[in-house]
Design a protein around this ligand. Structure first.
Ligand code: S3P
Length: 171
């Protein structure tokens, strides 16, 4: 039993990390941190604005700093941004001290969801569906390094939460 460990949710943009994370934290009575929201609160700037004004490297630096700080805590659910786990330093720290769970969906589902909500996601903004598919394929190689993978297709939100709780409590 490792019931103090943080739970870290990983996956593509629009995979439900924030929604599932919030529900999960409530269920486990853990604190919840959404990295994107933490970045926006800290900088008092929307993610899309940060990308526009300061660029991706600047964003990735803040993302790393904030994520590493939160990974030091205990009993938290942390939803990474879609690019967080690609950062080797973040990934190593998360793998060492947390239970990492990848919310995996079919590309088709993710592409459809992203179509509706591309504006606030600068990485997806200028990509056509084929390019997003490539991004999903490439990133999945890294996401698959997570300790656990949930194939979310066809599952309701609460089923996903239940499954993660079962994994966590069974460790
Ligand atoms: C990003 C995903 C976003 C946000 C930023 C970059 C990415 O988070 O961190 O726009 O590289 O995939 P969500 O996964 O919460 O959309």
């Amino acid at each position: 039993m490792e019931l103090n460990k943080n739970l870290v949710l990983i996956g593509m943009m629009a995979s439900g990390k924030s929604t599932i994370g919030r529900l999960l934290a409530k269920k486990l009575n853990f604190k919840f941190f959404d990295i994107d929201l933490e970045i926006e609160n800290k900088t008092k700037t929307k993610i899309s604005e940060i990308f526009k004004m300061k660029g991706e490297i600047f964003f990735r630096n803040i993302e790393e700093k904030i994520t590493l700080k939160l990974l030091n805590k205990n009993r938290c659910v942390i939803s990474l941004g879609g690019g967080g786990f690609l950062n080797e330093i973040i990934r190593k720290e998360a793998q060492k001290n947390a239970v990492t769970v990848w919310l995996n969906w079919n590309s088709k589902t993710l592409i459809e969801r992203l179509r509706k909500n591309r504006k606030k996601r600068p990485i997806a903004l200028n990509l056509d569906d084929n390019k997003i598919k490539d991004l999903i394929t490439n990133r999945s190689i890294i996401y698959s390094k997570s300790k656990y993978k949930i194939n979310c297709e066809g599952m309701a939100q609460l089923e996903i939460v239940k499954k993660i709780v079962e994994i966590y409590e069974g460790i």
